[in-house]
Design a protein around this ligand. Structure first.
Ligand code: UDX
Length: 480
């Protein structure tokens, strides 16, 4: 609490500098969390890279992510959200997903220096800044927060199960499940709050033999730094990962506040898409309820061309109607048209293939009966919110662990393929099983149950609402 000149005590308005990881799947929940904090009395300075800013403003035609929100906020009373951009050290035209390691190295060395300069500039300007909210995958937040006397909040955009695996990587090393030759292949049964997990269900980085890549460096340094955070807020739900979250809460201030969506879910006053969205609603309006499979592999992952071709052939064989988001770099930016010859014509009467869409709008449409997904965490939460069951095809990073939660633990989905090889017959069979609802332990029923869990978590007095309220109160207490 600060004092005015006449000696009266006044509350400082908390001011957070919020820095998301510059990837689509991280920026989306960060933007929505920033708005939520601003509507709870925070001033937020939100920082995007020049690249993310350029992509979003080009795709959405808006000045910045928050400009429409500022114009349309209730009662004309603007939320106090400021906006800044910094360079990630690479030219705008550089293909960040194709040159992933170079991008990561630039984030590690160049972006981090720019961010520190930005924070120093805001603090030196005399602005009262109270906390730094940053993605857990950065390697510098606790150090920078300490340097400028700020409370450090780490924002985790993936499940608690993934968090705890990285947080306990020293146990994986000690027990020979990671970081050594001849790694153990039996189940991992010593991570607090995780009864048992197979090595194949850990993240792709934890399944690799060596740990010399720039991504390994970033992840392990980031989790070391995160030990210095004052709070961790996570886009997950207490009831969905109860034991894992309780075990983390015994070690740190860990708040499960998800799913973090805009109010109303589909309609958002903020623009977050890096690509312009095709409208699928008219096409979907003409389809029967629950009859359409939505297919999307998220914003960043690449699919092997041979696998993509088998998936396409499987979709054709299945006879099911589908909307497919096919980014033009889905295989690689050098191969923008990887579909089999004649495929588009063969399925033209029952498919819509687009480059990007409003995924929330599509998932919420009554015509959607299933999602074929790479198991990105945002997609899983969005499908769960809509009660849509999943067909899982994990590609890299957290997606293998997310698949375990969906298929083995919550039973709201099934695997796309029965073994490592992707074969069109399996693809068609599993699409049929999911969409036909012929499964014994029907994931469709479970999806409706999980939908209720999510709705209740965000309802009045639900776990995520309570956790968010408690987090905000404790953060404000630390600041004042
Ligand atoms: C990645 C990781 O895979 C994910 O697990 C992590 O939490 C964030 O980084 P990404 O691969 O892009 O994200 O997948 P996902 O988490 O599913 O996020 C994609 C987002 O893009 C979702 O919010 C989805 O609604 C949105 N999207 C996708 C669209 O708005 N339109 C589309 O056409 C496709």
């Amino acid at each position: 609490m600060a004092e005015t000149k006449d000696g009266r005590r006044r509350h400082r308005k908390p001011h957070a500098i919020f820095i998301p990881y510059p990837l689509q799947g991280h920026v989306i929940p960060s933007v929505h969390l920033a708005v939520k904090l601003a509507s709870h009395g925070f001033t937020v300075t939100f920082v995007n890279t020049h690249y993310i800013h350029h992509k979003i403003s080009t795709a959405t035609g808006s000045g910045d992510v928050f400009s429409k929100l500022r114009e349309s906020s209730p009662g004309g009373e603007s939320l106090d959200i400021r906006y800044a951009t910094v360079s990630d050290g690479l030219p705008l035209g550089f293909d960040r997903s194709l040159n992933h390691d170079q991008f990561m190295a630039s984030l590690l060395h160049v972006f981090s220096a720019h961010v520190e300069e930005l924070v120093a500039g805001i603090v030196a300007s005399g602005e009262e800044v109270s906390c730094l909210i940053t993605d857990t995958f950065f390697v510098w937040p606790a150090k920078v927060a300490k340097k400028f006397g700020l409370v450090c909040v780490s924002f985790w955009t993936e499940p608690a199960l993934v968090y705890t695996l990285y947080h306990h990587v020293h146990l994986l090393r000690q027990n020979g499940h990671f970081g050594c030759q001849d790694r153990r292949e039996d189940a991992i049964e010593y991570i607090p709050g995780v009864a048992s997990i197979e090595p194949k269900d850990t993240t792709s980085y934890l399944q690799e033999a060596g740990e010399t890549s720039v991504c390994h460096q970033i992840i392990f340094r980031a989790f070391q730094d995160a030990r210095g955070a004052d709070f961790v807020v996570a886009n997950t739900v207490q009831e969905l990962e109860a034991e894992t979250i309780s075990a983390l809460q015994a070690q740190m201030s860990y708040y499960a506040i998800g799913p973090i969506f805009p109010p109303g879910f589909v309609r958002s006053a903020v623009g977050t898409s890096l690509w312009s969205e095709s409208d699928c609603s008219h096409w979907l309006d003409a389809r029967k309820p629950g009859s359409v499979l939505y297919v999307s592999f998220g914003s960043y992952a690449h699919v092997e061309k041979t696998d993509l071709v088998e998936i396409a052939r499987g979709l054709a064989l299945s006879g099911v109607s589908f909307v497919w988001v096919l980014r033009d770099d889905i295989v690689s930016s050098d191969d923008p048209n990887p579909l089999p010859v004649g495929f588009r014509e063969e399925v033209s009467d029952r498919s819509m293939i687009v480059g990007w869409c409003s995924q929330k709008e599509v998932l919420a449409h009554p015509a959607i009966g299933g999602l074929l997904t790479h198991c990105g965490w945002n997609s899983i939460l969005e499908a769960a919110w809509c009660g849509v069951p999943l067909l899982c095809f994990p590609l890299y990073t957290d997606q293998f662990t997310n698949r375990k939660l969906v298929v083995d633990d919550w039973k709201v989905g099934i695997n796309l393929v029965d073994c490592k090889a992707v074969r069109k017959e399996d693809v068609a069979k599993n699409i049929g099983r999911l969409m036909g609802g012929e499964l014994g332990d029907d994931p469709r029923k479970r999806a409706k149950e999980v939908k209720k869990i999510l709705a209740s978590a965000l309802g009045n007095n639900g776990s995520s609402s309570r956790n968010f309220g408690q987090f905000v109160e404790e953060l404000k207490n630390r600041i004042q």
